[in-house]
Ligand binder design. Structure first.
Ligand SMILES: [Cu+2]
Length: 427
């Protein structure tokens, strides 16, 4: 069996040897994110048809070049290091230096040519999830094409038949390659940029990892027991906030490539479900929700008018999915008097952690001894104290006076006097 060490040694050897610069000369230069793990502002198209770009949470969109009427992208499948949140980095596989790979944005009717170079230690393919395309471009290794061997480049060419929210991911050794973080979003904008136009259009992918405390490489055979529930391979407080200008029409879209469903909940609003895997929901068929469940392998989009200012929690409603590594196997100790017991056990097992007899909230502010490269289970602090969150959690920040294209974090909401829950009796 390959160990992690041999896997990565093999990968770096391939990167140096098999894909020389001259071999890449006729390909579009593969692009790498300039912004690290922070959210890149939306990039207006420099060539091709006009569209209103999306904002990828803690991510970016791939540039392209136009050649003879084709929009050409270049994805490089390769090992990457991704910061999951400050204090933890993971050895993942991804595209163009990141997991997830860059968001691909194009326009309905575009002819796209996607070069895929494999710098992984094993073969791969890319499946264009949800796209209507020729069978031979569907990217299922062995079924619709030969696998892309390490060092090889394959080309996918198809015309984008419809607009909507799509994904891309390997269809080769899928369990391993998706558990290692190989995926990305593929946004096809309507031919008419005014159709379904919004002011802010956010997008992210849901993924999950099982990374043992102190380790950095996911356990790829895990099926259900993940300990890092991520949006774009980030956990709270590493997931950027979604800054929104008061009055903006906002769309949030996401895809789910984890092994379970995620009921995604936004506070402070009801929203209209405007997109599914199959495309746009016709306006007369949209339905209102405050939580929209996203099944495995599916995409969803919802929209709302940002008329309520404030800091609105936005998260998966499975409470285990707003927790980080550690603690999922902790026995329930509520109501049990185990005074002194923990100290005696810790003297035998230094990493031992026990739930408090009053619950686990104390952990939110506790300075716990953690192994290297390990995130606390619940963390983050807000203007009123510890948030006791992790995983799939962030904040939609609706503010008056934000600039039209300003995506900088506006800080915490300043509540109007008399509008915050208060302690009774008033002193
Ligand atoms: Cu979830």
């Amino acid at each position: 069996m390959l160990t992690r060490r041999t896997l990565f040694a093999a990968a770096s050897g391939i990167a140096a040897a098999a894909v020389s610069r001259s071999a890449l000369a006729s390909l579009p230069e593969p692009a790498y994110a300039a912004t690290g793990a922070s959210t890149a502002p939306p990039a207006l198209p420099g060539s091709g048809r006009p569209f209103n770009p999306v904002v990828t949470l803690n991510g970016w969109s791939a540039p392209w070049r136009m050649k003879d009427g084709w929009k050409e992208f270049h994805l490089v499948a390769e090992p990457v290091v991704r910061e999951i949140a400050p204090g933890m980095k993971a050895n993942l596989w991804g595209y163009n230096g990141q997991s997830p790979g860059p968001t691909i944005e194009a326009v309905e009717g575009d002819r796209v040519r996607l070069f895929v170079t494999n710098k992984l230690p094993e073969h791969t393919t890319i499946h264009w999830h949800g796209q209507i395309l020729p069978s031979g471009m569907d990217g299922v290794g062995g079924l619709s094409q030969p696998h892309i061997k390490p060092g090889e480049t394959y080309v996918y060419e198809f015309q984008l038949r419809k607009s909507g929210t799509f994904m891309y991911h390997p269809h080769a050794d899928e369990m391993v390659q998706m558990a290692m973080g190989m995926m990305g979003m593929f946004i096809v904008h309507p031919r008419d940029p005014n159709q379904y136009r919004v002011d802010r259009d956010f997008v992210f992918l849901m993924n999950a990892y099982e990374i043992a405390p102190g380790a950095a490489t996911p356990k790829v055979v895990e099926m259900t027991n993940f300990n890092l529930w991520t949006w774009n391979s980030r956990v709270f407080p590493g997931i950027d906030a979604l800054p929104v200008r008061l009055g903006d029409r906002v769309r949030i879209r996401f895809g789910n490539l984890t092994m379970t469903n995620h009921p995604i909940h936004l506070h402070g609003y009801d929203f209209a479900v405007t997109g599914t895997d199959g495309g746009w929901v016709p306006p007369q068929a949209r339905w209102p929700e405050v939580t929209i469940d996203c099944p495995v392998g599916a995409m969803r989009a919802f929209e709302f008018d940002a008329v309520h200012p404030g800091d609105w929690a936005f998260h998966c409603h499975k409470s285990h999915h707003t927790m980080n590594a550690m603690g999922h196997d902790v026995p329930t100790m509520i109501g049990v008097d185990h005074h002194g017991l923990a100290r005696r056990i810790v003297s035998l097992i230094p990493d031992y952690m026990m739930m408090g007899e009053r619950g686990m909230a104390d952990m939110g502010e506790m300075e716990m001894e953690l192994p290297e490269n390990t995130l606390p289970m619940m963390t983050g602090s807000g203007p009123f104290g510890p948030l006791e969150m992790g995983g799939m959690f962030t904040v939609v920040k609706v503010r008056e006076g934000l600039g039209r294209n300003d995506y900088r974090d506006p800080g915490w909401y300043r509540h109007p006097p008399g509008s915050v829950a208060y302690k009774w009796p008033k002193t």
